[in-house]
Design a protein around this ligand. Structure first.
Ligand SMILES: [Zn+2]
Length: 219
């Protein structure tokens, strides 16, 4: 069993962890939950996610989508800073950063805790790297599973999260669009990450009725 020192974020024991008990540390006295690296966390229900989206929608209408996107984006920037620190210590001997490591290893290691936290399974298509595009598939999106089937993408938090993550990693501004969502009746959610121009083109095609696969082959 791994142990955690929440003061310096030092991690001892196994690299990999598979059950929530290895991942969350509870401080019953303070009523707090911490992640493996000492980051404070909160557990929320599907009702909370639904309420958050519905409440924002009531207050600001369509701008709610942008707010959720920006929340995801800012979260990603903070999370990637923590992640890089953790990975440099845990795998890089204190010297090697995520940019010097295998890209797929980096991203699988980044997503795994989010998987344990309930954000769903992901798969990553890096085969469009030369075009500065990345495609992400999410199964069991926590947002889409909480919402009704509304016939349009709802996972703006995820889109922002991927935009921020790839902006940090690729050191260039990236945006993200959800080209297919569970809320549209699909079996999973699909996202495209890339420069603004290509993301805008993908959004145009999506609104014209193109499927995720049709959008992909257009690039
Ligand atoms: Zn979705």
């Amino acid at each position: 069993m791994a142990s955690i020192n929440p003061v310096d974020g030092g991690i001892k024991g196994n690299h990999n962890y598979y059950v929530p008990e290895e991942f969350f540390r509870r401080d019953a006295e303070k009523g707090s939950i911490y992640l493996r690296d000492g980051q404070r966390a909160a557990k929320v229900s599907e009702d909370f996610i639904t309420g958050l989206h519905a409440g924002l929608d009531d207050e600001v209408g369509d701008a709610a989508n942008l707010i959720m996107y920006k929340c995801g984006y800012e979260w990603a920037l903070q999370d990637m800073k923590r992640f890089n620190e953790r990975i440099r210590k845990e795998y890089g001997g204190g010297k090697i950063d995520i940019w010097q490591m295998n890209t797929r290893f980096v991203f699988e290691t980044w997503w795994w805790p989010l998987n344990v936290e309930g954000f769903g399974h992901w798969s990553l298509d890096l085969s469009f790297k030369k075009k500065n595009l990345t495609f992400v598939e999410i199964r069991n999106s926590a947002v889409a599973f909480s919402m009704k089937r509304v016939g349009k993408p709802v996972c703006h938090l995820y889109a922002g999260l991927f935009a921020g993550t790839f902006t940090f990693f690729e050191r260039e501004e990236r945006q993200c669009i959800e080209v297919q969502c569970y809320s549209m009746g699909n079996d999973c959610c699909k996202f495209m990450v890339g420069p603004e121009k290509q993301v805008n083109a993908a959004e145009f095609w999506r609104q014209e009725g193109a499927s995720a696969e049709e959008i992909k082959v257009n690039f």
